[in-house]
Design a protein around this ligand. Structure first.
Ligand code: 5GP
Ligand code: ZN
Length: 113
């Protein structure tokens, strides 16, 4: 499942540039283009899932693999302490409608919005 206009689908397809920091099976971690912390990474599953409300479409194995990949990405970035965030819906601050985790480490410069 992918969406032709979605920027995170385009990044997965290699149609938009991104600084990739980790790759997994159906998973990508990139640097946020507008970082709100010393380290601000985005973990993006390849499947186009618009919001966390639809998380149930992932199998238990896919969901576990995604969560493990988040932890592995933070560790590879040298982070022991960090914030994980996910915004669900525009009223909660979501701007890109393709499921993604924010990993924030170091000093923060406000919340992503
Ligand atoms: P949201 O508010 O939807 O949770 O977060 C979207 C995030 O994606 C924002 O922090 C924004 O800076 C980041 N972002 C938007 N467009 C791009 C892009 O083209 N490349 C990268 N690397 N990050 C992006
Ligand atoms: Zn997408």
């Amino acid at each position: 499942m992918s969406n032709g206009e979605c920027i995170f689908c385009k990044i997965h397809r290699g149609e938009l540039p991104a600084t990739v920091v980790n790759r997994g099976d159906g998973l990508l971690a990139i640097e946020d283009i507008n970082p709100k912390a010393d380290v601000h990474l985005l973990v993006i599953p390849q499947r186009h899932i618009e919001t966390y409300r639809d998380i149930g479409v992932l199998s238990p194995d896919e969901a576990k693999a995604m969560l493990d990949f988040v932890a592995e990405t933070a560790k590879r970035a040298g982070l022991e302490e960090y914030r994980l965030m996910m915004f669900c819906g525009p009223g909660a601050g979501q701007t890109v409608f393709h499921l993604h985790w924010h990993i924030l480490g170091g000093s923060f410069r406000g919340l992503p919005a």
